[in-house]
Design a protein around this ligand. Structure first.
Ligand SMILES: [Zn+2]
Length: 451
């Protein structure tokens, strides 16, 4: 995600002192490591007459322990029915969780499907309304824990799953989501779009977008279909704004390893962030500089594209290690400009990161920080700028050959999974034949930048 933030986050950062640390951070689920979601099937009907949705989500999972009840993050919408393996089951709701009581004990190792039918107006996570030109639009905006407002899930980055969508909208509107469009049907003035992402992705990256888009296809030299979904009024400018995207995908593909998904959509949307790296469908805000004259958005574009490898394909096991996503995307955006625009541009970006860090860091918190008060607090210069500066210091410490070879090994080993800082440290130590633990600890577990 791009650290260009709407005022609400800046407000949160100011209004959330250490004292509110006891408040529920909404960053966990008791079922983590007790069950493993394998697949979400999300069926949803969205209308342009009001903001109401009707939805049905199948959660296909494997029990990791013997369980007598299950908890899913799900907030706001009315539940119309809840079934498990096609049988009506008891459920109740408490403090943001949907508790499912299966009746019989769920055995460790067994596979099941919980089906939840629901309806209502999502209070967050799926923004249904009008775009800036007054046209009907609906866009998901989940980071960090807002997917729970429009589908039930284990809403934590450690439980990645594949996802399929069946989204019904008034005919004439297009739907974009993660993965490939497998089928489209139209009946009685309504169109249904079927999409599927077969690789496991985190829930905060599972999104749908609905609008009367202008659709512009590009193809990368590695045959990854790259498509722009923008508002018709901004589509010509978007072609200029996104002009380097093909080259960026190609660059990371050859530097790090094969692009992890079967397509990439660049979408003009309603996200509150400067850009949101949703797996295979990056969302940009409707007023992004990418849709205006000039090249002000290209660092954000590179950042969100780099996230497809780091954050999406390799996901941090816990929010406290968000630097594995944001520090990487920040530094890898710099690497694109180093390779393409030269070292002067690279130095400029690094210096700007350092200056921003010096200006905004409290120098009282480490990069790996379990003591945050709210997830939004993690959108800070420790995870972004210091994370990037650390990757650069590590590159200088072990040299380009070991650094790039370690990065490639890390991607190959953890692609479509989760990683911790310890996993990354071990691979980089092996790649450089050096014990890097003290170096990692000094940078990542202590405040400030080492001398
Ligand atoms: Zn980011």
């Amino acid at each position: 995600m791009s650290f260009l933030l709407k005022p609400w986050i800046a407000g949160l950062l100011l209004l959330c002192p250490v004292s509110c640390r006891t408040v529920d951070r909404g960053d966990t689920n008791i079922m983590i490591y007790q069950l493993d979601v394998i697949h979400y099937r999300i069926r949803m009907d969205i209308d342009n007459r009001d903001q109401r949705i009707t939805g049905t989500t199948d959660i296909q999972f494997r029990a990791l322990k013997n369980l007598t009840r299950l908890a899913f993050n799900f907030e706001g919408l009315q539940i119309d029915s809840c079934r498990m393996d096609n049988r009506e089951v008891q459920f109740n709701r408490k403090e943001g969780f949907l508790w499912v009581v299966p009746g019989n004990q769920v055995q460790a190792g067994s596979h099941h499907i919980v089906t939840v039918k629901y309806s209502g107006i999502p209070s967050d996570g799926l923004i249904i309304g009008q775009n800036k030109y007054g046209h009907f639009s609906a866009f998901s905006d989940n980071w960090a824990n807002r997917a729970r407002h429009w589908f039930p899930s284990i809403d934590h980055p450690s439980d990645k799953a594949s996802v399929s969508f069946e989204i019904t909208v008034p005919a004439g509107y297009e739907v974009v989501a993660n993965g490939n469009t497998t089928k489209t049907t139209t009946l009685g003035g309504r169109s249904t779009y079927f999409l599927e992402e077969i690789n496991p992705i985190p829930t905060y990256c599972m999104v749908v977008g609905v609008c009367d888009f202008s659709i512009h296809p590009e193809v990368t030299p590695t045959d990854v279909p790259l498509t722009y979904y923008t508002f018709p009024e901004d589509s010509l400018q978007a072609v200029l704004g996104f002009a380097r995207s093909v080259d960026m995908v190609q660059f990371y593909d050859s530097l790090v390893g094969p692009y992890p998904y079967s397509k990439l959509a660049l979408v003009q949307s309603s996200t509150r962030f400067g850009g949101m790296e949703n797996a295979s469908a990056i969302f940009f805000p409707e007023d992004s500089p990418l849709f205006a004259v000039g090249d002000a958005g290209e660092v954000t574009l590179a950042h969100e594209i780099a996230h497809q490898w780091f954050g999406d394909a390799i996901t941090q096991s816990d929010w406290s290690e968000l630097w594995l996503s944001e520090g990487f995307a920040t530094y890898f955006s710099f690497l694109y400009f180093e390779a393409k625009d030269g070292t002067a541009r690279f130095d400029e970006l690094l210096t700007a990161a350092r200056n921003r860090y010096e200006k905004q860091s409290s120098k009282s918190r480490p990069v790996i920080d379990t003591g945050y008060a709210a997830l939004a607090d993690l959108l800070n210069v420790e995870n972004y700028q210091k994370g990037a500066l650390f990757l650069h210091a590590l590159r200088i410490r072990i040299g380009d050959e070991a650094w790039f070879s370690g990065i490639r090994r890390y991607y190959k080993g953890f692609k479509h999974g989760n990683a911790t800082t310890a996993d990354f440290e071990q691979i980089m130590s092996e790649a450089s034949d050096t014990d890097l633990k003290p170096f990692f600890d000094r940078w990542l577990t202590k405040p400030g930048i080492p001398e």
